[in-house]
Each structure stands twice: as structure tokens, then as C-alpha cells.
Design a protein around this ligand. Sequence first.
Ligand SMILES: NC(=O)c1ccc[n+]([C@@H]2O[C@H](COP(=O)([O-])OP(=O)(O)OC[C@H]3O[C@@H](n4cnc5c(N)ncnc54)[C@H](OP(=O)(O)O)[C@@H]3O)[C@@H](O)[C@H]2O)c1
Length: 323
Amino acid sequence: MRAIVHERFGAPDVLSLREVEQPVPGRGDVLIKVHATTVTAAEILMRRGRPLWGRVILGPIRPRRRLRIPGLELAGEIVAVGADVARFVPGDQVFGFTGFGVGACAEYKCMPESASLELKPANTSYRQAAAAVDGATTALYFLRDIARVRAGQHVLINGASGSIGTYAVQLAKYFGAEVTAVCSARNTELVTSLGADHAIDYTAEDFTTRRNAYDVIFDAVTASSFRRCRGALTPRGCYVPTTRLRNWPIAGWTALRGGRRVRPGMSIDKRAALASIKELIEGEQLRIVIDRDYRLDQIVEAHRYVETGRKRGNVTISVTAET
Ligand SMILES: NC(=O)c1ccc[n+]([C@@H]2O[C@H](COP(=O)([O-])OP(=O)(O)OC[C@H]3O[C@@H](n4cnc5c(N)ncnc54)[C@H](OP(=O)(O)O)[C@@H]3O)[C@@H](O)[C@H]2O)c1
């Protein structure tokens, strides 16, 4: 089968299209013919082998053999199932998250049936479904499970025009919050069309200088810090970052003082969240924003674009012509 492979950490051109052996499903596995995948911000870091502590998982010097095909999100059709599989049958159209297994940048991918895999929303193309996995489930996890956003709260989303951000704006509105979206001026129209009540252009105004304004500050791109955001939070408000190891000790400290003012997290098991996202998409409560689409053989270009940090919503990769 055709797949994207990288044997070194580094710039986008470490990625190349190769012929590799097609995976064979084990007893509890399904074999998926991948129609579409994506390039996410997280994969840029994984390709570069950054942050360095991440190499405990990725491989100390070069990518571990089983992690050499990138690709975290996929949508495709199940073409074979192992003997013990009960959840899926051949012909099922699915979308899912490969997580630390990666490997979605290929014509076929094997996953355990118990993995973060769900039937694809009926009203989406494969491309749209692939773009509704990591960003959507991460936004749901942080807003619903970590911040516990409630109706009437004021929620600020920083990085509102990215993958997590575009879903976060819509989900916070869905939960009944008043939403302020922080993005650059070129994306104001986009975030407003997704339901944001207010937009702040971060190149013209620093939202952290506002006082006592937000019950939740969800920083999807972790471009701020709790120290800077503290004054903009209401007295019991919480700061929710998606990345940066340094937020964990601060989270522990604020929890010890009885506040849980800083709430980092890691959304890994996405199976239940995918079912909720499927329902929201089928109910037309969530719009999927796709910025650009590339073919599998254009992966280097796709990584170069995502690496700019300027994508709007999601960047997809069409693996077949049926996307
Ligand atoms: N903890 C978890 O479980 C988890 C899960 C998934 C991802 N993540 C992490 O979450 C982060 C965000 O992912 P993503 O996919 O949403 O990113 P993304 O789509 O690549 O974000 C790009 C967007 O961020 C905006 N942006 C860039 N700098 C900004 C700033 N200083 N202030 C406000 N907006 C800014 C850009 O808009 P402009 O062009 O207007 O600047 C662009 O639209 C990544 O670091 C990823 O690794 C964490």
C-alpha cells in the first residue's frame, strides 16, 4: 500500500510517499481503507520530535519503527474484521483517532475495535469526518468535562480560529455561554459566523488586561499563561490551557489552595466523545471548518502550511478520490 513515512525527526521534507506492507487485522482488529486524514498542529511537533520529553514515546533518536507513518485522524470504510470483532462489520463507514498509534497517512490502517472509532456522521463526507475528530473531541473534553461550562457563563476562547478553537466557540454557545473569541482580524468574520458573541483581535488588544470578565478562559493554543490571565478571570473563574507541562504544577498548587483555578488536561480516549460529536454534527449543531485539502503526495506542502500556525480550522489529506 502507499503510505507516508519518516525515518528521521526534522523539517517537512523528512516525509516521503513509499510502498509499504499492508497491515493485517488481528482477532480484535478492524482493517480500515482510509479515504481521508488530516495534518494537525500536534503532528508538526511529533514530526520534529518536540518537545524533547515527548521522545520517551516517539523514540529517543529517531521515530520508533511502529510510529513512522504519521496521521492521527482518519475517516474511511471497514474492509475486513478480525474473528472476535462484534462492534463493526465490513462496509461500515467510520471516523476515528489513532492516538499514539498514528498511521492514518496510509491507504489502510488496522485499529482495535475498542479504539477511538465510531460510525461516521451520516451527513458528512469522509474529508469532513476526518476533520471532526481531534479538534472537536478535544474542545468537548476541555469545555464539558474539565471546565464544566454552564449556561449564562462568560467564556473566552483564545485561538478561536484553529481546529480546537472553531469547535470550542460552537460548543460553548451550545452549552449556553456568552462567548468571546480571540483571533486576528482576518478571522473575525469566521468566528462570528460560528456563533461568537464578541471577537477580540489579539494583534490590536491584549484580552488579559480586561478585569473580572470571564468565568472560563480556554486557551486552545496556550499562547497565554495563568499569571497573565488571572486578573481577567472572575474570582472563581478557571484558566484552561491545552498544552505546556508547566501548567501542571500550577494546577496542583491552585487545587491545594482550594480553587482549581488552572485546569490542564489530556484528551486521549475519544470513543465516547466521538459518539457525542457524531450526534451534534447530525443534529447540525456543529459546523466543520476546512481550510485546505491536499493529496497524499502533497504531504510536505501540507505540513509546511500547518507549521505556519495560521491554518483556519482544519487541513485535510485526501487519500483516495472518494472524499
Ligand atoms: N491537551 C490535549 O489533549 C490536546 C489535544 C489536541 C491538540 N492539543 C494542542 O492544542 C494546540 C492547538 O491545536 P489546534 O489544532 O487548535 O491549533 P491550530 O489549528 O494549528 O491553530 C491555528 C490557529 O491559531 C491561531 N493563533 C495563532 N497564534 C495565536 C495567538 N497568539 N493568539 C490567538 N490565536 C492564535 C491562528 O490564527 P491567526 O492566523 O489569526 O493567528 C490559527 O487560526 C496545539 O498545540 C496542539 O498540540 C492538545
